[in-house]
Design a protein around this ligand. Structure first.
Ligand code: PLP
Length: 379
């Protein structure tokens, strides 16, 4: 929570999270499972709070790469199973399994280590990741059948899931993803014929779903769209206006107002000099909270008393704001970098334009750096 001792905050809107989830459910055929990607601190939104909000929403699993955050979800008593993206050495498998997590396996050494860590007489559940063409991580698609066959003979191992990942940035990637989905479907067909299909199969994430691509897997694993972030570099692939950014507000308060003489120079770089006499307001939020310094020539603004005020400078811990024309501004006034105030709005697209980053990278820049408030928390 933000306090007068340091007024700066980020607000994440859980109503929007639930609305995005509802939209995802409308896009997915009935009978398919939905897995939530909570990696990277829930894409910068705060994994503990997001996991808590989504627990009980009927998701088939949470997936993360963070051992610490996964353990915290277990310790918080969440009921949704937690599956780990590939991120452990074979020698780390035992720790994951002992913590009640389901590891991803991408090679025989990892599978053997997981089998050895199974409880006596029991089996360790694992997911297998296949590289269907991204060229990053997983068992090569052509080797996947033999690999699963070898794993099925290991006592102490239960293959609970099989997945791949096919992200793409723009319309030129759509055809590639479509052909790779078809290849993964081929694997699923062969496994079905051989009665070796794992219970959970998944290939589509935000890109494929948003682009309207379909497949024969029985689950999807979604990150970006859940948080209202576009997975694409531009808007040529799909209209994503049905998804709203969960990051709803970033703000601070004026802690000081100075009337500066013309020519007084607290300037940081050419573009921010006080060339005329100016009233400048200061709010305690800056680079250390994830804000970028505005690009030369750009004029991002904030909202104060429902009016736009240009940013003069961003320093490590302070934002300096031009208050010319906002004569009634007073110490304690809210300063919004994102959000709505007295009928005026700075939307998420405007914030990302200032940051010069994608929506995800903007959320990551602010991740865990400001006191977070979650709007719409269940009673
Ligand atoms: C991150 C991730 C996802 C989710 O991707 P989005 O594009 O954010 O929906 C799905 N699968 C894997 C393997 C991932 O690493």
């Amino acid at each position: 929570m933000s306090s007068p001792a340091h007024p700066a905050w980020a607000v994440y809107d859980l109503e929007r999270l639930r609305a995005n989830l509802g939209e995802l459910r409308r896009q997915i055929r009935p009978g398919r499972a939905l897995i939530a990607a909570l990696k990277a601190n829930a894409y910068g939104h705060g994994a503990p709070a997001i996991a808590k909000a989504l627990d009980g929403e009927g998701l088939s699993a949470f997936m993360t790469g963070s051992f610490d955050q996964a353990r915290a979800m277990k310790e918080a008593g969440l009921r949704t199973p937690v599956v780990m993206f590939a991120g452990a050495l074979p020698s780390g498998m035992a720790a994951l399994i002992e913590a009640g997590l389901t590891p991803t396996v991408v090679d025989l050494a990892g599978a053997e280590a997981a089998a050895r860590a199974a409880p006596p007489g029991g089996a360790a559940a694992i997911y297998v990741k296949v590289d269907a063409g991204l060229g990053r991580l997983g068992v090569a698609l052509e080797d996947a059948e033999d690999f699963l066959e070898a794993l099925s003979r290991m006592p102490g191992l239960r293959i609970a899931g099989l997945y791949t990942h096919l992200p793409f940035a723009d319309i030129s990637g759509r055809g590639w993803a479509e052909s790779r989905l078809a290849a993964f479907d081929g694997l699923l067909d062969r496994l079905t014929a051989g009665r070796r299909l794992p219970p959970v199969t998944q290939a589509r994430a935000s890109c494929c779903l948003a682009a309207g691509l379909n497949d024969r897997a029985n689950a999807v694993c979604i990150g970006h769209l859940l948080y209202g972030l576009s997975p694409f570099a531009d808007d040529s692939v799909a209209d994503l206006s049905a998804y709203r950014p969960v990051l709803a507000e970033v703000g601070s308060r004026l802690i000081h107002i100075g009337d500066h003489r013309q020519g007084s120079d607290f300037a940081i770089g050419d573009s921010y000099g006080l060339r005329h006499g100016r009233r400048a307001g200061v709010a305690p939020i800056g680079v250390s909270h994830g804000l970028p310094r505005p690009a030369p020539g750009s004029r991002p603004s904030v909202l104060i008393r429902g009016r736009r005020a240009p940013i003069l400078a961003v320093s490590l811990e302070h934002l300096v704001i031009d208050l010319d024309g906002i004569d009634d501004a007073a110490v304690g006034d809210a300063v919004l970098l994102l959000g709505r105030q007295d009928g005026a709005t700075i939307d998420f697209a405007e914030l990302t334009a200032w940051f010069g980053l994608s929506g995800l990278d903007t959320a990551m820049a602010l991740s865990d750096r400001l006191p977070a408030t979650y709007r719409g928390e269940p009673g």
